[in-house]
Ligand binder design. Structure first.
Ligand code: SAM
Length: 255
C-alpha cells in the first residue's frame, strides 16, 4: 500500500481500517519498533531523559500527572525529594499505598468482568520516604510548591483543558539549570482539550502546526531546548487488547 495516495481525506475510522486491511509497512508499522522497546515507560522517562550529571546535591523533582507513581519512585533514586501530583484522587490513593507498603494488589481484566490477581511492587532499593504524593491540578498548582531541579510531565499536556496555562507556570517551578521533560503522543482530542487550546495537530493559514514547534515557541524565552526522542509505550486494556503509542520526549533546560 502506498502512503502517497491523494484520495479525499476519509473519516478516522475508515482510515484506520484502510491501514488495518491494506497496509503491511509504514505508516501502520513504525520502522524499527520492537515491543520490548515499549516496556517500562515511566522508568525510561527518568533513565533516558534525566541527566544525572546536571543534578545538584539534594535535588528536588516534581512529577506532574504522576498517576500511580512509578516515575516518582524512579526519580527518588536520583533526587532526595520528589513530589508527585495528580488530579485523580484514586491514582493518588494507590500511589500513597505503594509508598506506605511498597506493593499493591489489584485485579487486571482478562475479558468482560473477569480479572486475574496482579501485584505492583516498588523496588526495595528505592527510599520511598523521599517521595510524597498529593492530589492537585496542574492548571492551578498551590503557590508554595517551591522550585525543582527536575520537572517531569509525562503524557499530560494532551489531557489538559488548557496546556498553555500549565506551561506558563513552569519557569517559576524550575531552578536555573533545572531539567524539564515533556513527553506526549500528542493525541489532541476535544474531549480533553477544546480545539482552540490545542498546541498542534491542525492547519493555520495554510501551515501545518506541529506540537513540538509550538512548545519551542512557548518555552524559548525561559528554556533552552536540549534534545528530543521517541518514547514508545504499551498499555494493556485486557488480555487481548493493547495500545501501542509512541510519545515524543522533549528535554529542556531552564535558563
Ligand atoms: C495519560 S496519563 C499519564 C500518567 C503518567 N504520567 C504516565 O506517564 O503514565 C495522564 C495523567 O494526568 C492526570 N491529569 C489529567 N489532568 C490533570 C490535571 N489538570 N492536573 C494534574 N493531573 C492531571 C491524569 O489523572 C493522569 O494520571
Amino acid at each position: 500500500m502506498s502512503s502517497k495516495t491523494t484520495s479525499p481525506r476519509p473519516i478516522c475510522a475508515v482510515a484506520e481500517y484502510l491501514l488495518f486491511h491494506y497496509c503491511l509497512t509504514e505508516p501502520l508499522v513504525p520502522a524499527g519498533l520492537s515491543l520490548a522497546a515499549a516496556l517500562d515507560f515511566p522508568v525510561r522517562c527518568v533513565t533516558e531523559c534525566v541527566d544525572v550529571s546536571l543534578l545538584p546535591a539534594r535535588a528536588r523533582a516534581l512529577d506532574l500527572g504522576c498517576a500511580v507513581g512509578r516515575a516518582s519512585f524512579e526519580l527518588a533514586r536520583r533526587c532526595t525529594e520528589v513530589v508527585g501530583i495528580d488530579y485523580s484522587d484514586r491514582f493518588i490513593k494507590v500511589a500513597e499505598h505503594l509508598k506506605t507498603n511498597g506493593s499493591f494488589l489489584f485485579g487486571c481484566v482478562e475479558q468482560g468482568d473477569l480479572s486475574q490477581p496482579c501485584q505492583a511492587v516498588v523496588s526495595a532499593e528505592i527510599d520511598r520516604r523521599r517521595v510524597t504524593f498529593e492530589q492537585g491540578d496542574a492548571l492551578n498548582l498551590r503557590p508554595d510548591l517551591g522550585r525543582f531541579d527536575v520537572v517531569l510531565m509525562a503524557n499530560l499536556i494532551d489531557r489538559l483543558r488548557d496546556p498553555h496555562q500549565c506551561l506558563k507556570r513552569l519557569p517559576a517551578l524550575l531552578n536555573s539549570g533545572g531539567q524539564l521533560i515533556i513527553t506526549s503522543p500528542y493525541t489532541w482530542l476535544e474531549d480533553y482539550t477544546p480545539r482552540p487550546n490545542w498546541l498542534g495537530g491542525f492547519e493555520q493559514f495554510g501551515r501545518r502546526i506541529n506540537t513540538l514547534d509550538s512548545l519551542k515557541d512557548i518555552l524559548a524565552p525561559n528554556f533552552q531546548f536540549a534534545f528530543c526522542q521517541d518514547m514508545p509505550f504499551l498499555i494493556r486494556e485486557h488480555a487481548r487488547k493493547f495500545q501501542l503509542c509512541i510519545a515524543e520526549a522533549s528535554i529542556w533546560l531552564r535558563k
